[in-house]
Design a protein around this ligand. Structure first.
Ligand code: DOR
Ligand code: ZN
Length: 386
């Protein structure tokens, strides 16, 4: 039996399409095909490419490259890692054409893939300038000092340097919480419109909830890998389960689902961050690149939950609740509003909510050819776009 629903083409406000510079991992064309096949028709791409998207020239080049992509509307974040980048951002925001393609600025509180971690003074300046320019500021919230300390402690205490699950201990929950506290303080000081990327902890969510209640302009997103995977999945996934922020325990996962239920979570976005299998399969798991692909599987995973199921065959169902109308709010209406994207809801996708299928990396459109959800049975398939 088939049961069709129509939804607006989804918006994924956090992807890494890797172009230019890392076309061996992914290209705008390959990942857009994957996005469209997963019902995502608009994406906001992150600045950790090569060159980094921290100059007007690099931004213009990305926009030009995106013009050859027909099936997906690609918008771009501008990276702020130094004071020169901030001057460039001001220039970009005074260019009315390029500004239309800019979804906001991105600042990393600690290094992640691409080493774009910014100094404290640059971070504060980013909050100030984004407030002046009325641009949304997206933050990767992990505290550099807590991460460093945790890294050193685990490194000296552990005999098994091959155990990738140590990655979660080296980037602990309190690192995210501390960085969120700081980000909220800057938002309070300058009135910046703050969006917290890939929030992964219950305490982080609590801070956001309280900040919202006190009237601060803050929103947040969670990623499917934190909703569907936990530290228990390292055993099966190895480095394919390594990302930043890292996998957390089942109780943090449960907190994210509760944040969806109580409205604290504003968006679900994928942090689609492909690396090749060769790069992931290194002899030194803890130095494998962080990031997992996800843009093609977000909707079927969520629809599986909407149908009352749970796609991870290795774990018990979290207390998870979501309906199609929530998916539209979290993956279309809210990102559209937060990043001022002006995307029409008239471009629809048609979804067969009864179609059951098994996720296989080789059958997805990603250039990297793998998925952390290999072999999972899901319910819900995009059948048509337009
Ligand atoms: O896991 C991650 N991968 N986290 C990031 O912050 C960056 C991303 C990437 O670009 O690979
Ligand atoms: Zn990211």
């Amino acid at each position: 039996m088939s049961d069709y629903i129509k939804l607006p083409g989804l918006i994924d406000c956090h992807v890494h399409f890797r172009e230019p510079g890392f076309e061996h991992k992914a290209t705008m064309e390959s990942e857009s095909a994957a996005a469209a096949s997963g019902g995502v028709l608009t994406v906001c791409d992150m600045p950790n490419t090569n060159p980094m998207t921290t100059t007007v020239e690099a931004f213009r080049d990305k926009v030009k490259r995106s013009e050859k992509v027909r099936d997906v509307d690609i918008r771009f974040f501008f990276g702020l890692a130094s004071s020169e980048d901030i001057s460039e951002f001001k220039k970009l925001m005074s260019d009315s054409e390029l500004k239309k393609k800019c979804s906001g600025a991105k600042v990393f509180f600690d290094h992640s893939t691409g080493n774009m971690g910014a100094d404290k003074s640059v971070i504060e300046e980013a909050f100030k300038v984004c407030a002046e320019l009325e641009a949304p500021l997206v933050t990767h919230c992990e505290d550099v000092y807590i991460n460093k300390e945790a890294h050193n402690i685990i490194n000296s205490a552990s005999n098994d340097k091959q155990d990738v699950s140590l990655h979660s201990l080296m980037r602990p929950c309190d690192s995210e919480v501390k960085a969120i506290e700081e980000a909220l303080e800057f938002t309070k000081k300058y009135g910046t419109q703050l969006h917290i990327a890939h929030l992964s902890t219950g305490l982080g969510l609590k801070l956001v909830k309280t900040a919202k209640e006190s009237g601060l302009k803050v929103t947040c997103e969670v990623a499917p890998h934190h909703l569907f995977l936990t530290v228990d999945d390292y055993e099966k996934l190895g480095t394919l389960g390594k990302m930043n922020p890292p996998l957390r325990t089942a109780s943090e996962q449960q907190a994210l689902w509760s944040g969806i239920a109580d409205g604290t979570v504003d968006c679900i976005s994928t942090d689609h961050a492909p690396h090749t299998l060769d790069e992931k399969n290194t002899d030194d798991p803890l130095s494998a690149p962080s990031g997992v692909p996800g843009v093609e599987t977000m909707l079927p995973l969520l629809l599986t939950v909407a149908s009352g199921g749970w796609p991870n065959p290795r774990s018990d169902r979290a207390e998870a609740q979501i309906e199609a109308s929530d998916i539209v709010r979290l993956c279309f209406e809210n990102p559209n509003k937060i990043f001022n994207l002006g995307i029409s809801d008239e471009l629809r996708i048609k979804v067969d909510t009864d179609a059951e299928w098994v996720i296989k990396g080789s059958a997805l459109h990603y250039k990297c050819g793998w998925t952390p959800y290999e072999g999972w049975r899901v319910r819900g398939k995009v059948t048509n776009v337009g």
